[in-house]
Design a protein around this ligand. Structure first.
Ligand SMILES: NC(=O)c1ccc[n+]([C@@H]2O[C@H](COP(=O)([O-])OP(=O)(O)OC[C@H]3O[C@@H](n4cnc5c(N)ncnc54)[C@H](OP(=O)(O)O)[C@@H]3O)[C@@H](O)[C@H]2O)c1
Length: 279
């Protein structure tokens, strides 16, 4: 099943995340695609991601007949502050140039001439949008208008910032990617803005940010009723409330289990219960 943003570009309903995979990135991306994932998330940020090794995996997959355009590739622009000193563009250039250089370097790493989604890794501060954020966003809008990316988006964004962007941008984001805490109603405020604006909400760290949820007897009861694992219940819950989950698993068995979660059906009462589980 696919989700569709307001500009009618579809994304598959589960995404494989490549953070912290280090030298295993190429092998794991190939394994993820062989297991059934068609959407891959990375970033041009050497501190946490090996974008060039995602490209290596894509070349190996191409040799096996899996074409670039059968996959959804998402990467990110990360500011100098998030680069840990290994910046893949000229850090002294103006921001518009930084975005263009980072994007071109992503295309080189990935061995492609377009990406499906290009995401601003984070606004410059936690509150409000600065002049710098608007300059970066305008550069990303330029990439979208040129057709080099089919979508643009923003990550690690607060509800107020997203509302401002939706109101004032020439092109509002088509995707949002946030860490999703059960204690915040699974990022309810941000998800609500996404729903109202036709933005695809991507949730990450659904498992690792919500350890307390795994101890809840109700989750165990739902898993038992469905004959499913706890991770599968959380991922399916996320999909049924309209979210696109990311998984960062390194295990072939978990890759398959995570994808199979889509076969499960939680009742509306179970969805409501999980939505408010940590509040
Ligand atoms: N935009 C940002 O700032 C940002 C920040 C963080 C992450 N992300 C993106 O989100 C992706 C996912 O993040 P994440 O790694 O924190 O996600 P996650 O899926 O919450 O965490 C991965 C952990 O869950 C375990 N897991 C996955 N499926 C499982 C299953 N079926 N049963 C048991 N355990 C399971 C994995 O263990 P095993 O390896 O043993 O399966 C791994 O320890 C990242 O790779 C990255 O692409 C983005």
């Amino acid at each position: 099943m696919a989700l569709t943003a307001y500009n009618q570009v579809p994304i598959s309903s589960f995404m494989y995340g490549t953070a912290w995979k280090k030298e295993a990135t190429s092998r794991l991306v190939q394994l993820a695609v062989a297991s059934g994932f068609t959407a891959i998330d990375t970033a041009n940020q050497l501190v946490h991601y090996q974008e060039a090794l995602v490209g290596e995996a894509l070349r190996a997959l191409e040799k096996k007949g899996i074409k670039r355009d059968s996959l959804f590739l998402q990467t990110k622009f990360t500011s100098v502050e998030g680069q840990g000193g290994r910046t893949p563009y000229d850090p002294s250039a103006d921001l518009t140039t930084q975005v263009r250089q980072s994007f071109d370097s992503s295309l080189t790493h990935l061995g492609t001439d377009y990406v499906d989604s290009y995401v601003l890794h984070a606004p410059f501060s936690r509150r409000g949008l600065s002049e710098a954020d608007w300059e970066v966003w305008a550069a990303m809008e330029g990439l979208y208008q040129s057709g080099k990316t089919k979508m643009i988006g923003i990550s690690n964004v607060a509800a107020g910032q997203l509302a401002e962007l939706c109101e004032q941008a020439n092109h509002k984001p088509m995707v949002v990617q946030n860490r999703c805490y059960a204690a915040l109603g699974w990022d309810q405020e941000v998800r609500e803005i996404c729903r109202a604006n036709g933005i695809v909400y991507q949730g990450f760290s659904l498992l690792t940010a919500n350890r307390e949820v795994f101890a809840d007897p109700e989750i165990h009861a739902i898993a038992k009723r469905l004959g499913a694992g706890l991770a599968q219940v959380i991922f399916r819950f996320a999909q049924q409330i309209g979210m696109l989950p990311l998984t960062g698993t390194t295990s072939e068995r978990h890759m398959k289990e995570d994808l199979q979660a889509e076969q499960l059906a939680l009742s509306s009462e179970e969805l409501r219960r999980i939505e408010t589980i940590a509040r």
